[in-house]
Design a protein around this ligand. Structure first.
Ligand SMILES: [Zn+2]
Length: 311
C-alpha cells in the first residue's frame, strides 16, 4: 500500500478541487509526509450543517505537519460548500439531493452527482477514508461511528479497527447504504468509517475534539503518526440501526431522546396537522438505544424522525 510522494514529499499544499460542470470548488489541504506510507482521505461537511466535523477537518489540516507523518493525508475541509453556505439540512440546494446518497456519483449528472464523482476521483488516490458527520441542524444525536460490513474480509476488518480506534464507544456495523460514502469506498476496496459527533447546528468544542482525537488515533493505528492509540476496550457494537420516517409532512414532537433506551411499541413521537389534530403516533420499531432524533417542529414527508440501534 505504501506509495512514494515523489517530488512533493515533505510539503503541505492548499487548493481547490473544481467540480467540472458546476460552480462548486471543494477546498483541500494535501499533507505529503516526508516519509513514504499510505494515503488517508479525510472529509468534513458532506452535510453542510454538521459543523464539528468541518471545524475538525480545518484544524487537522492546519495542525498536521509533513515532517510528522508517514504517507499522505488529503483533507476536504468542506465537501459540500453549497449546503454549508445555504445552511441547508441534508440537501444540496443546487439540486435538492443528499450528497451522501449520491456516491460514487456521475461526472455527467446533477450537481451533487458531479461533486460525488469528484470526491471519488480523490478517493481513488487513497487507501483509507474517514468521512466525518454529526447530527444535522435539526437533529439531536449521541456520538457513534459506522463502519462498513461490506466488501472483502480484510477491508471490513480494517474498517472495524479504524472505527474502534476513533474512540467513540458506540459502533454500528452497517451493510451497504445505497449511495453512501463508506459503501462506495468498500466497492473500491477502501476501508472507510463514518463517525457522527455534533448536533443541532452547534459548533461545540467537545464534539469537535471527539473528531480531532479520533482522526489522530486512526493515523496512529495505521502507522502514519507516531504514538499509541487509546482504545476503548469494550465498545458497544450494534448491528441493527432502524430509522423511523415521517409517513407524511406535519408538526413533529419527539418523545425520545438520544442516549435513551426505549422499548419496541412505545410512542416515539407524534405528528399533528396545522390545526393540532393528530395525524400519527410513531411507534418505536425496535428495543434499543436512540441515537438521533429530529428536533424540528416542521417535518417533511419521509424525513427521518429518530433512529434506534440494537445489537
Ligand atoms: Zn451527515
Amino acid at each position: 500500500m505504501a506509495k512514494t510522494q515523489g517530488t512533493l514529499a515533505g510539503r503541505k499544499l492548499r487548493g481547490f478541487f473544481d467540480v467540472p460542470g458546476t460552480e462548486v470548488s471543494i477546498p483541500y489541504t494535501d499533507v505529503r509526509g516526508a516519509a513514504d506510507g499510505p494515503t488517508l482521505l479525510l472529509s468534513g461537511g458532506v452535510h453542510g450543517g454538521e459543523y464539528p466535523g468541518i471545524a475538525a477537518a480545518i484544524e487537522i489540516a492546519r495542525r498536521l505537519e509533513p515532517g510528522e507523518i508517514k504517507g499522505r493525508v488529503i483533507v476536504l475541509h468542506l465537501t459540500n460548500p453549497p449546503a454549508f453556505w445555504g445552511r441547508s439540512q441534508y440537501y444540496n440546494p443546487l439540486d435538492g439531493k443528499n450528497l451522501n446518497r449520491c456516491f460514487p456519483g456521475d461526472a455527467a449528472g446533477s450537481a451533487s452527482e458531479r461533486m460525488a464523482a469528484r470526491v471519488i476521483a480523490v478517493l481513488r488516490e487513497a487507501d483509507y477514508w474517514i468521512d466525518m458527520h454529526g447530527g444535522d441542524i435539526h437533529e439531536a444525536l449521541v456520538p457513534f461511528t459506522i463502519f462498513s460490513d461490506y466488501g472483502k474480509e480484510e477491508v471490513r476488518r480494517t474498517a472495524q479497527a479504524m472505527a474502534e480506534a476513533y474512540g467513540i464507544p458506540r459502533l454500528i456495523r452497517s451493510a451497504s447504504v445505497a449511495g453512501g460514502s463508506y459503501a462506495a469506498a468498500a466497492e473500491l476496496g477502501v476501508p472507510a468509517i463514518l463517525p457522527e459527533a455534533g448536533q443541532l447546528g452547534q459548533l461545540d468544542p467537545c464534539n469537535q475534539g471527539i473528531h480531532e482525537q479520533g482522526v489522530l488515533n486512526v493515523l496512529r493505528l495505521l502507522g502514519m503518526l507516531s504514538g499509541s492509540t487509546t482504545l476503548h476496550l469494550s465498545p458497544q457494537i450494534y448491528t441493527r440501526f432502524v430509522w423511523s420516517r415521517a409517513p407524511q409532512a406535519g408538526f413533529w414532537r419527539s418523545r425520545v431522546h438520544p442516549g435513551e433506551r426505549v422499548e419496541a411499541g412505545a410512542i416515539g413521537g407524534v405528528l399533528h396537522d396545522v390545526y393540532g389534530d393528530l395525524l400519527h403516533e410513531i411507534a418505536v420499531p425496535e428495543t434499543g438505544e436512540v441515537l438521533f432524533a429530529a428536533s424540528s417542529f416542521a417535518i417533511g414527508a419521509d424525513d427521518p424522525l429518530f433512529a434506534v440501534a440494537a445489537p
